[in-house]
Design a protein around this ligand. Sequence first.
Ligand code: NAD
Ligand code: 0WE
Length: 269
Amino acid sequence: MAEQIGERMKLLEGKKALIFGVANQRSIGWGIAQQLHEHGAEVGYSYAMEALEKRIYPLAEQTNSTFVEKCDVTSDEEIDEVFAKAKDHFGQIDILVHSVAFAKQEDLQGRFHLSSRDGFALAMDISAYSLIALSRAALPMMPPGSSIMAMSYYGAEKVVPNYNTMAIAKSALESVTRYLAADLGQEGIRVNSISAGPIKTLAAAGISGFRKTLSYVGERTPLKRNVDQTDVGKTALYLASDLSSGVTGENIYVDAGFNIMGMHKEDDM
Ligand code: NAD
Ligand code: 0WE
């Protein structure tokens, strides 16, 4: 199908995208990168730690990308640097993808009331505040019609056991999305989030009982399956493109319909 898309029909021809949060070939950010690239966008990558650099280069090559730069989103200096380099390389940014989250291992399990102050602050900084910081840095380079997007999860809205501190950070992220959408609308910039169903990635691998979560959810979605990086990538393509020109401040579920269910006929009562 992709081969049949003529140059003329490509949705993102001439667009420049900068993606934060590709760690490896399983990353949701990589699923997004592939869709954006397939539809003609030029893609740049930013990674958190030196250790990830060698993993990203071969991926970047697959999308003909030469922009791969380190940026720990907790550092204002590193954010300024990566956007200065992006300005030199791309001139402008039409698409900004935030696919970054972190909470301490101990904040993703156990009793919620034991959540620590510093763990809460760290998760909020990396997973929610960073969307504000990256958007501010990108703003001078973003022409009208540009699109910003972030990745969220159902735990932001309903209680998911063990998601704990990360859930509060995702609630904040979704709220940040709305406030940025309201503020940046005057520049013609749209800001949305995608709430993805559980997907086996590096971040998910670090979570005890994640396989159980996957099978539980997969049996209970209307589509009777889990979603994958390509499902998310295709909605990201819609949000990045002019197809979503009238959509901002939204949270779009890409979860095979899990969030609409109130009870599950699979459960014993
Ligand atoms: P991933 O591990 O591939 O991606 C997470 C990324 O966050 C990594 O690239 C990591 O380097 C980056 N990161 C962490 N701390 C950072 C920092 N200080 N500075 C810069 N980058 C930093 O896992 P993923 O599942 O692809 O996660 C991507 C996004 O999708 C996250 O926001 C996650 O919460 C969200 N999400 C994941 C799932 C899932 O089930 N996998 C579901 C819904 C939403
Ligand atoms: O957002 C996430 C997870 C993000 C994440 C993952 C890790 C693991 C390694 C953030 N920080 C860390 N810190 C680490 O040290 N998801 C949506 C995936 C996820 O995480 C869960 C889930 C699901 C789904 C945690 C508990 C319950 C369900």
